[in-house]
Design a protein around this ligand. Structure first.
Ligand SMILES: C[S@@+](CC[C@H](N)C(=O)[O-])C[C@H]1O[C@@H](n2cnc3c(N)ncnc32)[C@H](O)[C@@H]1O
Length: 478
């Protein structure tokens, strides 16, 4: 795909000299350059304007990063709720003065790995963490190198093995018979066994991502919504009508070939062996790397060159519930473990009556005023809000600990309503960040356009229509 860089973005520069020399001026081939444009001048311009007006600036990342359009690399290998717009991560990573071009970029709430993927495409080292094991699996597959010819040989072996054998036991999937027909349960179970038997340790995750996407598409859940809700007859998804008895094996094959195509594109763009590491399962406790896995030890202080992340919103998404079918099919979490994972998730909705009855102060006067008002009408909602902010404060403390002095952090959040009260998460996070020597350098606002986040999650919660992009810099002390 070739496209002209818009004239209006005069503060962006084409960085790859050889590429610009062999192409007509102002035309970029986005097929073979992962990071064709430097955004340094544009970022500096925005920071200067923010210093001048001390107020947020409205932007459109889609327009500011107009050289990224459509599919690229492995961004769409698996659905995930509330994905970050890749253009936001790309815009900041395309500034080598903001983030060391050879440095480590951490996303402690990695979700489906949008930041991690853009990080490795930009030639940096990606560190990522998430409480949801499915998120960690998708991120790993999205950002790792695979031997694609061996993957196709394994696929042939899986095909040969999957349809035979005696009756088998299905894995522990929540409400299995509610979500699947008996023949789909049988086919998915055989497919899983065949993958476990044929795929090597190096390629198993790759096949598991395709199995997970297949399990979601062959369930009775409506694939248009992140949380499983039973679909009505006649739902058309990606141009196809979903049927009561789906052909599990052909859907799996389609998923696999789509994955292969996306990986081919990723591997041609990434240019070298991607450096990608999981550094834990809690944004409040980032771990050190130990070979392929993460260790129990904390990552050293001042060791990360940058953070780019979109944390959960207060009560806006149910990540574990959205992933529950996949977590079961992939044996990443049993039905009992789902509750434990939910309990460790920031932004969760369930609190016991004993917890809800206690009115917690967050120490942020503006937030406490809202929480007190909410407490009078709905104690559970008040508990959701106060626990959310206190847990986000722990995350900010950890982020400030691991960042190198002078390094930057980008946080993307949304403001919503709780029981009719405006809950200004972005303002509260800015107040808390100052406690940890994180200085706000830039505040941008962009409109969310149909990215699975707009739906109201609760009758008392408002619709999130904008996201706030906050750029902080860790102060250099002493
Ligand atoms: C807004 S989503 C991130 C989406 C991601 N940027 C993407 O593009 O897919 C927030 C993520 O935070 C994760 N999360 C919630 N609590 C967490 C915690 N305590 N530690 C780490 N991750 C957590 C959720 O599982 C979810 O994946």
């Amino acid at each position: 795909m070739k496209l002209a860089i818009m004239e209006s973005i005069s503060s962006l520069e084409v960085v790859n000299r050889s590429a610009s020399e062999i192409r007509p001026r102002g035309v970029i081939d986005t097929n073979d350059l992962a990071y064709p444009v430097s955004t340094s001048r544009k970022v500096a311009e925005l920071i200067a304007r923010y210093e001048d007006i001390s107020d947020f600036i409205e932007v459109s990342f889609r327009e500011m990063v107009n050289w990224l359009r459509g599919e690229r690399a492995t961004h769409y290998i698996h659905p995930y709720p509330a994905k970050l717009l890749p253009q936001i991560a790309h815009f900041f990573l395309a500034d080598p003065t903001l983030f060391n071009p050879k440095g480590v970029i951490l996303d402690p709430f990695c979700g489906s790995g949008t930041v991690a993927l853009e990080t490795v495409l930009s030639g940096r080292k990606a560190y990522w963490a998430d409480v949801n094991p499915l998120a960690r699996l998708i991120t790993r597959v999205k950002t790792s190198h695979y031997d694609l010819s061996s993957v196709m040989d394994i696929h042939t072996a899986i095909k040969r093995r999957r349809v035979t054998g005696p009756e088998i036991v299905a894995p522990d999937v929540v409400n299995l018979t509610f979500w699947y027909t008996p023949s789909t349960i049988d086919a998915l179970s055989r497919l899983k066994l065949a993958i476990e038997a044929e795929a090597s340790a190096a390629t198993r995750d790759w096949f598991m991502v395709a199995l997970s996407a297949t399990a979601r598409l062959t369930s009775k859940a409506d694939p248009r919504f992140p949380v499983p809700v039973k679909r009505k007859p006649g739902v058309v998804f990606k141009g196809k009508e979903l049927v009561a008895e789906p052909d599990v094996y052909s859907i799996f094959d389609e998923q696999l070939f789509a994955l292969l195509k996306r990986h081919q594109n990723f591997q041609s763009l990434v240019g070298r062996f991607p450096e990608t590491y999981c550094v834990g399962n809690d944004a409040r406790a980032i771990k050190n790397i130990d070979g392929e896995a993460f260790s129990d030890a904390a990552i050293p202080n001042d060791s990360v060159d940058g953070i780019i992340t979109s944390p959960p919103y207060a009560s806006a998404q149910k990540y574990i519930r959205s992933s529950s079918l996949s977590l079961g099919w992939l044996s990443l979490a049993s039905t009992d473990e789902l509750r434990l994972l939910n309990g460790r998730s920031i932004g969760r909705e369930r609190f016991s009556k004993a917890h809800s009855d206690v009115l917690l102060a967050t120490g942020i006067p503006a937030a406490d005023r809202v929480i007190n008002l909410v407490y009078e009408t709905n104690r559970n909602r008040a508990a959701i809000a106060s626990h959310y902010l206190l847990e986000m404060r722990d995350f900010l403390a950890e982020a400030a600990r691991v960042l190198k002095p002078g390094a930057h952090m980008v946080i993307v959040v949304g403001n919503n309503q709780i029981c009719g009260q405006a809950f200004e998460t972005s303002e509260y996070l800015c107040s808390m960040a100052t406690l940890f020597n994180l200085d706000l350098k830039l505040k941008l606002v962009d409109t969310i356009k149909g990215r699975g986040l707009l739906t109201k999650r609760h009758a008392t919660a408002g619709v999130i229509t904008h996201e706030w992009i906050l750029l902080f810099r860790k102060r250099c002390l002493g």
